[in-house]
Design a protein around this ligand. Structure first.
Ligand SMILES: [Zn+2]
Ligand SMILES: [Zn+2]
Length: 187
C-alpha cells in the first residue's frame, strides 16, 4: 500500500475528491479540517498505527463529512464517526488514547468564499476555522466493538442495540416509539 502524507493538502484533496466524486468547496474545507484536526490531537497514521485511536464527530451531513471520512478512514459503520445532523460546518476530533479533543468550526467568510481548491490550500488555518479544546461525551456503548446489549421495544417489537432504548412509564421503548413520531409512515 502506498504511504499517504496526511499533512499534504494536495494529496488529501485527491483522496477526498475521489471518494466524493468531485472537488467542491465542502471537500476543500473538509480536507483542511481533517488535516488540522488529526494534527491537533496527535494522529499521524489514521489507517495504520493510529487506526483505533481516532473518533470524529461531525455536525453536518454534507460534502465536508465525505472528505473527513475518506481521509481519516473513520466511518459510522466502524463507529469511529458520529454524525450529528445540525447543519453546522464543524467537527470534533477525539484521540481515544490521550483523551484530547478539539472542535473546529468553519468561519463564515465576510468577503466571499474562495472558489478554487488552490486558494483553500493557501489560507492559514486561523482564516478557515476557529478551534477550541473540548471534552466529549462518549459512553462505553458508543465505542467501536461488539454491541454491549440488545433489548426489544415494548411497543413495536423492534430490537434495539447499544443502549439506545428509552424507559418511559416503566416500558422499554425505541426512540421513535417514545417520541411518538418517526421519519416514515406506512404507505
Ligand atoms: Zn461536494
Ligand atoms: Zn418501538
Amino acid at each position: 500500500m502506498e504511504t499517504l502524507d496526511y499533512t499534504s493538502y494536495d494529496a488529501m484533496l485527491k483522496v477526498a475528491g475521489e471518494f466524493h466524486g468531485h472537488v467542491c468547496a465542502g471537500i476543500c474545507i473538509g480536507t483542511r479540517m481533517a488535516i488540522a484536526g488529526m494534527k491537533k490531537v496527535g494522529i499521524s497514521d489514521p489507517r495504520g498505527a493510529d487506526r483505533k485511536k481516532l473518533i470524529v464527530f461531525v455536525e453536518i451531513d454534507r460534502c465536508a463529512t465525505d472528505a473527513i471520512m475518506a481521509i481519516t478512514g473513520c466511518s459510522p459503520g466502524r463507529r469511529s464517526m458520529k454524525i450529528f445532523d445540525y447543519g453546522k460546518m464543524a467537527a470534533t476530533f477525539h484521540n481515544l488514547e490521550t483523551g484530547k479533543s478539539v472542535r473546529l468550526v468553519a468561519r463564515r467568510k465576510q468577503n466571499g468564499q474562495p472558489t478554487e481548491p488552490e486558494e483553500w490550500g493557501r489560507l492559514n488555518e486561523e482564516e478557515i476555522f476557529s478551534v477550541q479544546d473540548v471534552r466529549v461525551f462518549l459512553a462505553p456503548e458508543d465505542l467501536p466493538g461488539k454491541p454491549l446489549r440488545r433489548r426489544d421495544c415494548a411497543r413495536c417489537g423492534g430490537s434495539i442495540m447499544d443502549g439506545r432504548e428509552v424507559e418511559a412509564n416503566g416500558e422499554c421503548l425505541c426512540r421513535p416509539c417514545a417520541a411518538g413520531k418517526d421519519y416514515y409512515q406506512p404507505a
